[in-house]
Design a protein around this ligand. Structure first.
Ligand SMILES: [Zn+2]
Ligand SMILES: [Zn+2]
Length: 384
């Protein structure tokens, strides 16, 4: 029996399997039946949308970017908020979720070690992995020791069942009593919302590892997919996330749909979040150019005319090496600059040759980057 078979033949996890069966059955039978028979009022629909966002964003902003990746720091008030609404998402405790997710990043696509390896098929990475027990039995918390020091994480772990029941039964029933539509609230803001929020998260493990582009790395199956970013509160930029996992953003451009990033940023203005981590632009650019260069090499290797291909390969390699050397030089100067700044020599720094050096290199780097871009476009035209 190989490692793949172990999971497929592991005993069924009846807790999660029955939870999925019940919630899905209610969502596809009772929810439409009630709607057709009695109709849903606006308050139930508003509660459905609001709770879908609250639970989804607590998973993306809290479970994922805060606790799994330490991409920023959050005030205890926000951490309690995430712990409560994250529990409402019915995706297990923070400790379990983050432990599994850290393993996913560490062993991405590994058939045996990645808990939701995309290499084991769309269904397995979407939901199949949760329907059976882990081969090793319980999840190992060795990789989340830092989270065990967070009293809010441990409080949620200890009282997960009562918190989950309170959030998933107490909140919809409470809203129903206020708006006098208990069954409508339980069905829409309870059952349907759980099912929709589930699949939103599951898309990130399945579709975001299957369809989309790979502008930053092709060393794993993660993809950037702007369409799914809209459905997943910004987590569709998964190719970027897998290479720069500690960045609090997943969509790095201002126009990238990433409400989780906007929420974290807005919270920093009122002191709820701090120390937001971002990857320096030059590192992002280096990854992009590296991928473009790799693709160009692959395309040239398949070119019909070997003479033309050899000429362009040599040209591109030469320019790429120059670009790399320049970027390294720039990065070195940047770290020198940081040292000087640390020494509080601001005045001196402005007059130093180092300052001028950086400006010169930045200009050259821009030019070199442009040359590379033009070359990349030219070689395609030459091969066409
Ligand atoms: Zn992640
Ligand atoms: Zn992933």
């Amino acid at each position: 029996m190989n490692s793949t078979d172990i999971k497929e033949h592991a005993p069924i996890n009846w807790v999660s399997t029955s939870m999925f069966i019940v919630t899905t059955l209610v969502a596809v039978t009772l929810v439409p039946w009630y709607g057709i028979t009695y109709g849903y009022d606006t308050s139930a629909w508003v509660a459905f949308v609001a709770l879908t966002f609250l639970t989804g964003m607590s998973i993306t902003g809290g479970y994922h970017r805060l606790w799994s990746h330490n991409a920023y720091e959050a005030h205890p008030i926000l951490r309690v908020w995430y712990a409560l609404w994250g529990a409402a998402a019915l995706e297990n405790t923070i400790l379990d979720w983050c432990s599994g997710h850290r393993v996913h990043h560490r062993h991405c696509d590994d058939l045996e070690k990645d808990p939701y390896s995309a290499k084991r098929g769309l269904w397995f990475s979407h939901m199949g992995w949760m329907l059976r027990e882990y081969p090793s039995g319980r999840v190992d918390f060795k990789n989340v020791k830092n989270l065990m020091k967070d009293p809010i994480v441990m409080w949620q772990y200890k009282y997960y069942v009562p918190i989950t029941l309170a959030m998933n039964i107490g909140v919809p029933v409470g809203l129903g009593l206020i708006f006098d539509n208990v069954w409508a609230m339980v069905l829409l803001a309870g059952f349907l919302r759980i099912v929709v929020a589930h699949h939103i998260t599951f898309f990130i493990n399945s579709i975001a590892h299957k369809w989309g582009s790979q502008p930053y790395t092709d060393e794993n199956t993660a993809r950037d997919n702007a369409f799914f970013a809209v459905l997943t509160h910004g987590e569709g930029y998964h190719n970027y996330h897998h290479i720069f996992q500690n960045d609090y953003r997943n969509g790095i451009r201002w126009f990238h749909w990433d409400p989780t990033k906007w929420f974290i940023k807005a919270c920093s203005w009122v002191g709820l979040t701090s120390n937001l981590k971002t990857v320096p632009d030059y590192k992002i650019q280096r990854a992009v150019v590296k991928m473009q260069f790799k693709r160009a090499q692959e395309k040239l290797a398949k070119a019909e005319c070997p003479v033309t291909a050899a000429k362009w390969t040599a040209l591109l390699e030469h320019e790429y090496e120059k670009y790399h050397a320049m970027l390294n030089q720039w990065a070195e100067h940047q770290s020198d600059r940081l040292d000087e700044t640390r020494k509080n020599l601001k005045e001196r720094w402005e007059n130093t040759a180092l300052h001028q050096n950086i400006i010169d290199i930045e200009e050259q780097l821009m030019e070199q980057s442009q040359r590379l871009k033009t070359l990349m476009a030219d070689y395609k035209a030459a091969l066409a």
